[in-house]
Design a protein around this ligand. Sequence first.
Ligand code: EPZ
Length: 427
Amino acid sequence: MEVIRVEGGHSVSGTVTVEGAKNSALKLMAATILAPGVTTLQNVPNISDVHIMGKVLKELGATVEVVDEHTLRIDTSTVDSWETPYSLVAQMRASTAVLGPLLARFGKAIVAMPGGCNIGARKIDMHILGLQALGVVFDMDHGDIHASAPQGLVGATVTLDFASVGATENLIMASVHAKGVTVIDNAAREPEIVDLANMLNEMGANIQGAGSPVIEIHGVGELHPVTHAVVGDRIEAGTFVAVGGLVGEPVTVRGFDPEHLGLVLRKYKQMGINIQLGEREVTVSRSGPLVPVDIQTLPFPGFPTDMQAQTMCLLAVANGACVVTENVFENRFMFASELQRMGSDIVIQGHHAVVHGVPALSGAEVRSPDLRGGAALVMAGLVADGITTVSDIYHIDRGYERFVEKLRALGAHVGRVTIPDIGLEGL
Ligand code: EPZ
């Protein structure tokens, strides 16, 4: 079994450059289905979720060429299937991002119903309701979603119950050829949505208002392939900003737009972290104690749920108490439960976590609950007393490229170690 082992108490400082955003790259890859031909995606992160999305596209008949570590050349002119197997959807629920493009291109799609994951039920009812408004008919058959639009998709106004990222993206992609105008109200505003709309408009789509709560998609004819660079990963960047805030020594994070971390940086400043803004970089450091502040996660531009665990790690050693409220996912506090093993004092009450800062954490064996929680546990190990061993690190590899190497380059004493499985099969 491979684990990440980190020894706390060492100096961590320097410059790190983040990759392209996982949560944009996966959707941009799906969107290439809408433009038959060869689309080149640059600044693509080399992570396992991207590899899985590559398999999904190949399963549909596309060719995916790895030009270099961060550049993919995807030819979707040969896409001749509209069915995504459960085996791939089960590995990565983001595979459902092909639903919209397949409907727009073929007027039909068969996608396995995604299961939940350990942060929540991850339903897609809002995707389905929105697509039904565009004329899509759904049947459920043995765990597969059979979607079809016999009369083609017709533009309509869809008001989302919640500013769902995935639902917004599927509706944008499904409606690029729809007759007339589609309006998505209460749309998600994440920078990854803007990146997707930008690429689709470069392909010839007509999408207005991405990044605002109301997005208008005017149906157009054929789209053409393009070359597009993935937006910088604000969550990977935020993770290293949190590392700098935690260890206190100067850490410069490059390769992303600091505007995309607006509220996070403002909250971190309130927590006593020095933030120096650059063009496409941020330098963080800290001279005094961490100050507790209340956090509540919300859709962008609110505080990102994907930064909740990393921020909880900071608050766990702040000098005072605060409350972290998770409003986006129903079960995203497992990181806090694991952090208890390292001596944190956090009481979970429903979707609130009452955090009482402790003077120091102590190293322990912990398990990665999801990709952000896993990264946050490694982060905790940087300042914990002694050795911290993080297992289930496949979660981290889904969303962080060379996470250990990047931390080592900052001086951290961290490495990937293979240890014997304590398999229970013999019992
Ligand atoms: C995307 O997930 C991201 N994943 C998540 O990042 C991120 O946490 C989330 O957006 C919120 O920002 C990718 O982009 C691949 P949602 P998504 O639809 O699209 C519920 C990470 O760590 N919901 O905005 O699934 C849903 O269960 C991952 O990189 C419905 O109930 O998020 C969740 O509780 C984790 N019905 C909430 O809404 C629906 O039809 C927000 O989901 C859709 C969503």
